[in-house]
Design a protein around this ligand. Sequence first.
Ligand code: PBG
Length: 315
Amino acid sequence: MSAFPVTRLRRLRRTGALRALVRETRLDLDDFVMPLFVGPQTEPNEALPAMGRWSVEEVGEEVDRLAAGGVKAVILFGIPDEKDEEGSGAWDDDGVVQRSLRALRPRFPELVLLADVCLCEYTAHGHCGVVADDEVDNDATLELLARTAVSHVEAGADAVCPSDMMDGRVAAIREALPDTPIVAYSAKYASAFYGPFREAADSTPSFGDRRGYQMDPANVREALRECELDIAEGADVIMVKPALPYLDVIRAARERFELPLAAYNVSGEYAMVKAAAAQGWLEERQAALESLTAIKRAGADIVVSYWTKDLSAWL
Ligand code: PBG
């Protein structure tokens, strides 16, 4: 490479059109998934608008607005009327997610409807599986997750997204659903950045924490093992979560695997920018676009983000 003054990298930065011509990473709404919380009633969240809840009756109006803006995919999370020890609301055919899917499916035939598969929003203790002797029982949970995934597909989901981090859950779901795409939360870390989600979904564990099943933030080789196992069990898409503090994990998974790779730009990542913007310390749109570009640049094909709705206005 020739050095200065023959080479001057600023030449291609002079105008917006030149910068656009050589841009390596672009944001395209087709790659984004909007999370939606459905619950017993609509409850807006002023500070974090994307973390509000929609009733089954009103979620269709929000999806109308999203679809009008060009959003192509949503992922549903449910907050049930009542929780119990097993989390039976998760696979209830009359559950809040199942009813929402039945309402949305015929109204939005083109929309990609993803359903998060986990028990934590439905269990009284808030853990992602069945609890026995103060521990989450991995194998007893598998059948319940598979049952939940089947009920989502019967209600109209295009794909199911297990986020519980039990070993063997992809295999259990794959056996029950040979034809359904599985978007596996493969490398899901025990993260401090899920705070606003747990408030929105009312899923904070009543005792202990999730470190016995979610990954240690210090590990990247283990993330690749998680991805490898999920692929062997039949996953169609692998996911890294959170996104911004784990860009190296996204990159490592991108380099190792051929499957479509998703990244979850989680509630805490969204809330940090929102809070700083409310103080006047950051410009939200710039900070959000930069964050989402970084996630794509690291190697994500698909991004789940609370900014998806705003993005349709920004792009
Ligand atoms: C449920 C689940 C969580 C998130 C997605 N699915 C929370 C958790 O594991 O506690 C977090 C998403 C976010 O913070 O935006 N198992």
